[in-house]
Design a protein around this ligand. Structure first.
Ligand code: ADP
Ligand code: ADP
Ligand code: MG
Length: 655
């Protein structure tokens, strides 16, 4: 067994690899970018070394810097995780030349499977069925259009160097071919530096079924059954499960063998995944599946395979890399129950799944629940930065049956709290409970066909959040500040008549006036739109789990996996009480600096507006913490600023 490993990756997968390494007594060395200085995986590794600035090309994609740390720390092996350098043949080669074990296949196998056209040719050679199409070298539009016509529409244009669902276009009719080709080539050139494409038949009612394979350096190769990854958005996986619903034992056998053949054909060693597309129009049939590509690395969704086989695939990777034979033979492998994985992302389903960054004010998963595993890359208080894949965690549920696994996942998602960046938790839960998915009759188009229902917000959610948050704000300020009684309210509140006040709040950035009343002793009521919420001592405690407070007075109201940020809106009164009187003005959150009103040398007074930061569709005024003179302005309007970043400094006070 190995004695030490460097993990050339970050986030969730770095934590995942460290966990197994630690269990096996392998020393772990992490490498990290400036943006990841305080990241969880850096804290968890035995030692960690900074390798460069945030952009991946200067850090996680820098072969030289990573190998430099590997040499300095004397590690025996490098685990590349997934993404980044994991499928770069040159990296595997460079490791070999440096005398360091690459925990992955030989460079030759990575290269052979690296381009989709060459991989298809190899598959055909190995007797593995492929999607009918053209994967030759000619790239002129007229020729490819002719090929598309011969294949028959709809067709799919794919970047041969593609990955991550990028560089792909479905074309339904001849007239649209040329524009789609141009788009695919442009995207392929931009993303992979290689404009070449292939054209293949677009499989109708497509199911993505992939097979986990493992081979050792002694000529043994097995498959660890399949995963169904048909729940996709923009050709990217959202939820994955094992085994594939509706797959017969004969088809499993046929696919498993085809996958092992494909791996053998390139002299594969280590963990790999052979991806197939199946035509599910008449259910899954052994004569209707086709090779798509081989991913020569550990896959994001490997935990569902671990759940149904009871194995640790990272442990297998380490064993194979150190020259041991595969721990088990094919006939010793069994499927136990069913497993599902959901990828929890910091993204906003309501805004086209735009990545959402910032501080995680709260991150909680259900703990110690039966059959639930959570692989996370961050914890509460950490930051989701804009530099990398915004995955927060993977939640994996295992059960005796598919329904049990899905029920457990649904419950786990219900108990998950993400406050700060927006997340897809509610979307995942809706997906988990969707009849079309539950029935097992779904395909890669299921999410798109149901997108509206899956991302719908129920009417009244915002009003309910506004009312609940208003109650919390009023109650929290308590008798001390007088807010529990309307006659003592401070200036921002306008009296609306006897014992009723309008409390202005921002609900996800939009203004709303909540009507607050005190109907009886110890009771507060808040009304927004049609919604009326009441608070009395006992109720407030019961609701405690549904809120996350921010130090700036904002409240996240959490409902069904979604967060609604409600902030006190106080346009007239600056919050002078909370100015700290220090020298430095920091950005309160990730956002864009939209205006700076001062320059070095300007004399300012306490509470004066110095700059404005825009975040979450809201402007936040930055105020002078004390009287003084501006010494430095560290950012310019238009610039992105990160939370806590120093923007303006005042000259030190004299005396
Ligand atoms: P998987 O089946 O393991 O999910 P993917 O192809 O979706 O495989 O990608 C695995 C990881 O690699 C993901 O973290 C993804 O963000 C990253 N990745 C894949 N392709 C690219 C790419 N072209 N550019 C950037 N990241 C990529
Ligand atoms: P990537 O390298 O980006 O993962 P793949 O070839 O694996 O590219 O395809 C990604 C996804 O695109 C598949 O999971 C599937 O949903 C869809 N897809 C690929 N090929 C076809 C096809 N011929 N017909 C229908 N859908 C396809
Ligand atoms: Mg793929």
């Amino acid at each position: 067994m190995l004695s030490s490993v460097l993990i050339a990756n970050r986030g969730e997968i770095a934590c995942r690899v460290i966990r197994t390494a630690r269990r096996l007594g392998i020393r772990t060395v992490a490498v990290y970018s400036e943006a990841d200085r305080t990241a969880l995986f850096v804290r968890e590794a035995d030692e960690a070394h900074e390798i460069g600035p945030a952009p991946a090309r200067d850090s996680y994609l820098s072969v030289d810097r990573i190998l430099d740390v590997a040499r300095r720390t004397g590690v025996e092996a490098i685990h590349p995780g997934y993404g980044f350098l994991s499928e770069r043949a040159e990296f595997a080669e460079a490791c070999e030349q440096a005398g360091i074990l690459f925990v992955g296949p030989p460079a030759s196998a990575i290269r052979a499977m690296g381009l989709k056209d060459a991989a298809k040719a190899l598959a055909i050679g190995a007797g593995v069925p492929v999607v009918p199409g053209y994967h030759g070298s000619r790239q002129d539009p007229d020729f490819l259009r002719q090929k598309a016509y011969e294949i028959g529409y709809p067709v799919l244009i794919k970047a041969v160097a593609g990955g991550g669902g990028t560089g792909m276009r479905r074309v339904d009719k001849q007239a649209e071919f040329e524009a789609a080709l141009e788009g695919a080539q442009r995207e392929a050139q931009a993303s992979f530096g290689d404009p070449r494409v292939l054209v293949e038949k677009y499989v109708l009612s497509p199911r993505h079924v992939e097979v986990q394979v493992f081979a050792d350096s002694h000529g043994n190769a097995v498959h660890l059954f399949e995963r169904d990854c048909s729940l996709q958005r923009r050709h990217q996986k959202v939820m994955e499960e094992a085994p594939a619903p509706g797959l017969s034992p004969e088809m499993r056998e046929a696919m498993g063998q085809a996958a092992v053949e494909a791996a053998r054909s390139v002299g594969y060693v280590g963990a790999g995944t052979v991806e197939f597309i199946a035509d599910a129009r008449q259910g899954l049939r052994p004569d209707r599946f086709y090779f798509m590509e081989m991913n020569t690395r550990l896959q994001v969704e490997h935990p569902v395979t671990e759940a149904i086989t009871g194995l640790d695939l990272v442990e297998w990777q380490f064993r194979v890399a150190s020259g041991e034979p595969l721990p088990l033979r094919q006939e010793q492998l069994r499927i136990n129950g069913h497993a599902v994985e959901a990828r929890v992302y910091a993204e906003d389903p309501a805004r086209g799944f735009l990545p959402s960054t910032g501080k995680l004010w709260a991150l909680r998963f259900p703990d110690n629940e039966d059959g639930i595993r959570v692989d996370a890359g961050v914890v509460s208080g950490d930051e989701v930065t804009p530099f990398y894949d915004p995955m927060i965690a993977k939640i994996i549920a295992h059960g005796a049956t598919r329904d049990e696994a899905l029920d457990r996942l649904s419950a786990a998602l219900r108990g998950t709290v993400v406050a700060g960046p927006r997340s897809n938790t509610a979307f995942l839960r809706a997906l988990c409970d969707m009849p079309e998915f539950r029935s097992g009759r779904f395909d890669t188009g299921t999410i798109d066909r149901n997108l509206e229902a899956l991302t719908a917000r129920s009417a009244g959610d915002d009003d309910r959040a506004a009312a609940l948050a208003a109650l919390r704000m009023v109650a929290r300020s308590g008798p001390a500040k007088g807010l529990s009684d309307p006659w003592d309210l401070h200036d921002a509140f306008q009296l609306m008549g006897a014992r009723a006040v309008a409390l202005p709040v921002l609900v996800d950035g939009e203004r709303r006036d909540v009507r607050v009343t005190w109907p009886g002793p110890g009771e507060i009521a808040a009304e927004s739109g049609e919604v009326r919420e009441m608070l009395s001592g006992t109720r407030s405690e019961r609701r405690e789990r549904g809120f996350v407070d921010r130090p700036d007075g904002g409240v996240y109201v959490l409902e069904g996996g979604r967060q609604i940020l409600v902030q006190p809106f106080d346009p007239f009164t600056a919050d002078l009480d909370h100015l700290d009187g220090g020298d430095v003005v920091q950005a309160p959150m990730h956002g864009k600096l939209v205006a700076v009103f001062v320059a070095p040398g300007d004399v300012v007074i306490r509470g004066q507006r110095l700059a404005v930061v825009e975040a979450m569709k809201m402007e936040h005024a930055l105020l002078a913490p004390r009287d003084g003179t501006v010494a430095e302005v560290a950012a310019e309007p238009g610039q992105q600023v990160s939370e806590g970043g120093r923007l303006i400094t005042l000259a030190p006070e004299e005396g």
